[in-house]
Design a protein around this ligand. Structure first.
Ligand code: NI
Length: 191
């Protein structure tokens, strides 16, 4: 496994929609190595997720994992998830604003409206079908990573640009209120 370089906003690869992986190619050494590298790179950077575009590969592969994360201590933990060719379907109109950051948008956070109840269909790293309902803050993480695969970044989603802040100013001015709101979301949606 290799820690790959994560590109930053401005690099065209972040704006390029990723192409689906033909199911028969998921088991290839190239895709399996990409998955391993995404996992290692995400963990090294203390990210909650990482999409292939962020390491200069335009294929529809992303990984997510939340352990006790120093970048996002309010995020409920969930185990490693590998998604190939993910599709997201909102299940209702429940939307909440969630502060997000991104490894490709250094030192900036902003509040992004996210669906709270989604159905996710994808393939796993063994080509196995995944069909799950995901709720709450965790649903926001899924939407963030699938946005990457469509060439979209958090800045495209931020509706109120006055919420944009550096990490230091987030900690100083917005963190306490958001942690409280995130707690409400987790109690309401279970994650
Ligand atoms: Ni991101």
């Amino acid at each position: 496994m290799t820690i790959r370089k994560i590109c930053s906003i401005g690099h065209p690869v972040l704006r390029e929609p990723a192409r689906p992986v033909p199911p028969e190619e998921i088991g290839s050494a190239e895709i399996q190595r990409l998955i391993d590298d995404l996992i290692e790179t995400m963990r090294d950077a203390h990210g909650a997720g990482l999409a292939a575009n962020q390491v200069h590969e335009t294929v529809q592969v992303c990984v997510m994992e939340v352990t006790r994360n120093p970048r996002y201590p309010y995020k409920p933990p969930f185990p490693l998830m590998v998604l190939v060719n993910p599709e997201i379907e909102p299940l209702d109109d429940d939307v909440f604003d969630v502060y997000e950051g991104c490894l490709s948008v250094p030192d900036l956070r902003g509040s992004v409206p996210r669906h709270m109840n989604i159905r996710v269909r994808a393939l796993g790293r063994a080509g196995d079908p995944i069909d799950v309902v995901v709720r709450g803050i965790t649903a926001g993480t899924y939407q963030h990573e699938v946005d990457h695969l469509r060439g979209r970044l958090i800045l495209d989603r931020v509706e109120d640009t006055t919420t944009l802040c550096t990490w230091a100013e987030f900690d100083r001015w917005h963190r306490d209120a958001f942690v409280e709101r995130a707690g409400d979301i987790v109690r309401r949606y279970g994650s």
